[in-house]
Design a protein. Structure first.
Length: 417
């Protein structure tokens, strides 16, 4: 065979992975005699839809979910969650006796102090005379569409002490503070992305150093700490006080930490080959992400899609939950009554929301897997027929193929999970 085909061809074929159950010498001879089996790429097969039944079921559930959201937006009112109780147990804008009075106004006594037992629902924050005919009047401003707060800073401080005692008002005030910290959140997100790119660069260039340094830290850190406890146990313990029994505890702690360090060292020595193989896998992963920039921005795109979807689902759930049959106001809580059909609708909405979020996760994972296998075939399988260069927008193509052809399969897997 070598004289007929050439020594290099046989050695190249013999170095490949054999089929399952066939010894590699026999497989090498077969390959040299009969050649390599024809390999087909993804472009040689005609795609078709998978799991059509689950696709139809998922589509029907999406339609029902949309109908529930439309019903919720038409009949719900989120103001029912934010109604604040007055001194008579009426919730402003929620209770039947205060449907047209959405603002909570705190009256002042003649001595100028706020009276928590004299808080009333009013139509307008300027309607202090109707709310407190015998009280001390003060200029107010609307806060969060629910409260009438004093404009004077001194009075505002007195009001804050009174308001923080109410859990509902406390949550409302904390929610109003979110608009002041969006710059910090944006800067943190940008810094996190920059740090991620720097980490990927270092991981590709210095994967071996970083991985073995981490292993060394896992060995040396407990060993150093354990040695410190063992040395401390020889005297009076870490606290330095005799007769407290601390030295015995330090001895046991030091021995345990040294045992952990020894275990890590044994694992590192026995699995050195596996660690080196992991280093090569890490380098290949970084190379794949470098060659296909769409993989780098895939988490950001998925995060935006998930955030938008979750925001819409949460908003729809709030509106659906506000479609109550009856609202009863008491001293400090709101009691609601749902019809049996509404309870079923809410349960279906919650289950469907989880299913949708899991489907987005499955679709994103399919896109990443599709792009990764295209990159692998284009770099490591010369017989696959793929171009030598990395595919462009492979992750986007994977999302399109997953959504157009395998939506039923992805929905089925998301339902199982």
């Amino acid at each position: 065979l070598r004289s007929h085909l050439g020594r290099g061809v046989c050695e190249q074929v013999a170095g490949r992975v054999p089929a399952a159950g066939v010894p590699w010498p026999a497989m090498s001879c077969l390959r040299c005699c009969f050649g390599e089996p024809d390999e087909k790429t993804h472009d040689d097969f005609r795609r078709g839809f998978t799991d059509c039944t689950c696709f139809c079921l998922f589509s029907l559930c999406i339609v029902v979910q949309g109908a529930l959201m439309a019903y919720a937006f038409q009949n719900g009112d989120t103001a029912r969650y934010l109604g604040l109780p007055d001194s008579e147990g009426h919730f402003c804008g929620v209770s039947p006796a205060a449907l047209d009075k959405a603002y909570l106004y705190f009256c002042k006594d003649i001595d100028g102090h706020f009276n928590e037992t004299k808080a009333y629902c009013v139509k307008d924050c300027g309607d202090s005379v109707a709310a407190c005919p015998n009280g001390y009047k003060y200029e107010t401003m609307v806060f969060a569409g629910q409260l009438c707060l004093p404009r004077d800073k001194k009075h505002l401080g007195d009001m804050s002490k009174l308001l923080w005692e109410s859990p509902a008002v406390e949550a409302l005030l904390e929610l109003g503070e979110l608009q002041r910290c969006w710059q910090l959140v944006a800067v943190s997100a940008v810094c996190a992305m920059i740090a991620a790119f720097v980490y990927l660069f270092c991981l590709e260039k210095y994967a071996l150093t970083l991985l073995w340094s981490s292993v060394a830290v896992c060995v040396l850190a407990p060993a150093a700490l354990g040695s410190f406890y063992l040395l401390s146990a020889q005297s009076d313990g870490v606290d330095g006080l005799p007769g407290t029994g601390d030295s015995q505890l330090d001895l046991a702690t030091g021995a345990g930490l040294c045992a952990v360090a020894f275990a890590f060292a044994c694992i590192a020595c026995c699995k050195a080959c596996s660690v080196n193989s992991a280093v090569e896998c890490i380098r290949a992963t970084c190379e794949c992400m470098r060659d296909m920039p769409t993989l780098l921005f895939m988490p950001i795109v998925v995060l935006i899609i998930k955030a938008a979807t979750m925001l819409g689902l949460i908003l729809g759930g709030l509106y659906l939950g506000s479609c109550v049959s009856e609202v009863l106001g008491q001293a400090d809580v709101v009691e609601v009554d749902y019809s049996p059909d509404m309870i079923i609708f809410i349960a279906f909405y919650l289950i469907m929301s989880v299913w949708i979020m899991e489907f987005i996760t499955a679709l994103s994972q399919f896109g990443v897997s599709y792009a990764t296998q295209l990159w692998w075939f284009s770099h490591y399988r010369a017989t696959s027929g793929e171009p030598d260069h990395s595919p462009s927008f492979a992750a986007c193509t994977g999302l399109r193929i997953g959504f157009c052809y395998h939506l039923g399969t992805l929905a089925f897997g998301a339902c199982i999970i």
